[in-house]
Design a protein around this ligand. Structure first.
Ligand SMILES: NS(=O)(=O)c1cc(-c2ccccc2)cc(-c2ccccc2)c1
Ligand SMILES: [Zn+2]
Length: 262
C-alpha cells in the first residue's frame, strides 16, 4: 500500500486519509484502565501448541521498514480462545533507548517495548490474507517488555539483527522455542476487541495482553531500539527505525475482560 510512517506528513494522525478504518471504531492500542475492566471467570489460561520449534527449521527474520518481524509456521497454534488460531508472524514495537514505546499501556504506564504474535482463525479462513479483514479473523498475543534481566530467548533473533538493518532486508534464522518469549504465567491476561495497530487498521483483532511483562537486558534493548533503519540500504539518508508505536485510541465504550480477580 501507500507509504505510512509514525511521524510527519504520513504519521498516525494522517493514516485515516489513505486507510479509512484507521479513523473508525474499535481501534487499538488502548490504555487498559481499571475502570473499564470486568472479571470473566470463563476465560481459561492461554494454551500454545507446537511453539517448541526445532533448530533444524529456519524462520525468516525481516525488516519491513516499520518493524522487525519473524515469520512463524501455521502449525503453531493457540487455544483457550473462542476458536482455534494459527500463528503467522511476530514483531515488535519500541520507542528509543530512553523513551518507552509499548503500544498498550496499563493505567497509563507505558512499557519499554511490546511484542505481538499474530494468529489467524484457521478454523474458518484458509489463510491470514483472507482472515485479516474479518471481524473474527485475527487474534494477537501481546507481551509487554521491560528492561531488566537478560533474556536468552530474545537472543535467538537479536544476534542476527545487524543482518536486517535496512528496509526489505531478510535473513534466515534457526527456529527456537517461541514459548520462551512469553511470560511464564499465561493465565492472567486482559482481553478486548480491537484492530490492527498499523494500516489498514482492520477492526479484526481479538487482543490478549498478558498481565506479566517479560524482561530483556539493557544491552538487548539497545540492540532492538538502535540497530534498524526504516530506509533502504542504498538510500543516501539513513532513517533510524524507532518510536514505531501507535497513539492510544478511544475506548469507544468497550469493556476490557480480565481473567484475574486481584
Ligand atoms: N500491530 S499488529 O499486531 O496489529 C500488526 C499485525 C499485522 C498483520 C500481520 C499478518 C496478518 C495480519 C496482520 C501486521 C502488522 C504490521 C507491522 C509493521 C508493518 C506492517 C504491518 C502489525
Ligand atoms: Zn504489532
Amino acid at each position: 500500500g501507500a507509504e505510512w510512517t509514525y511521524t510527519g506528513q504520513y504519521g498516525v494522525q494522517h493514516w485515516h486519509k489513505q486507510y479509512p478504518y484507521c479513523g473508525g471504531v474499535f481501534q487499538s492500542p488502548i490504555d487498559l484502565q481499571t475502570q473499564l475492566m470486568k472479571y470473566d471467570p470463563t476465560m481459561a489460561p492461554i494454551e500454545v501448541w507446537n511453539y517448541n520449534l526445532s533448530a533444524q527449521e529456519q524462520l525468516t527474520l525481516g525488516n519491513n521498514g516499520h518493524a522487525v518481524k519473524l515469520s512463524l509456521p501455521s502449525r503453531m497454534r493457540i487455544s483457550g480462545l473462542p476458536r482455534r488460531y494459527s500463528a503467522t508472524q511476530l514483531h515488535f514495537h519500541w520507542g528509543s533507548p530512553t523513551v518507552p514505546g509499548s503500544e498498550h499501556t496499563i493505567n497509563g504506564k507505558r512499557f519499554a517495548a511490546e511484542m505481538h504474535i499474530v494468529h489467524f482463525n484457521s478454523d474458518k479462513y484458509a489463510n491470514v490474507s483472507v482472515a485479516a479483514d474479518k471481524s473474527d479473523g485475527l487474534a494477537v498475543l501481546a507481551v509487554l517488555i521491560e528492561v531488566g534481566e537478560f533474556n536468552p530467548a530474545f537472543d535467538h533473533f537479536l544476534k542476527f539483527i545487524n543482518g536486517i538493518k535496512y528496509r526489505d532486508q531478510r535473513v534466515q534464522v534457526p527456529a527456537f522455542n517461541v514459548r520462551d518469549l512469553l511470560p511464564s504465567q499465561l493465565d492472567e491476561y486482559y482481553r478486548y476487541d480491537g484492530s490492527l495497530t498499523t494500516p489498514p487498521c482492520y477492526p479484526s483483532v481479538l487482543w490478549t495482553v498478558f498481565r506479566s511483562p517479560v524482561t530483556m537486558s539493557h544491552r538487548q534493548f539497545l540492540s532492538l531500539s538502535t540497530a534498524l533503519y526504516s530506509s533502504r540500504a542504498q538510500e543516501s539518508v539513513p532513517m533510524p527505525l524507532n518510536g514505531n508505536y501507535r497513539t492510544l485510541q478511544k475506548p469507544d465504550h468497550r469493556t476490557i475482560m480480565v481473567s484475574f480477580l486481584d
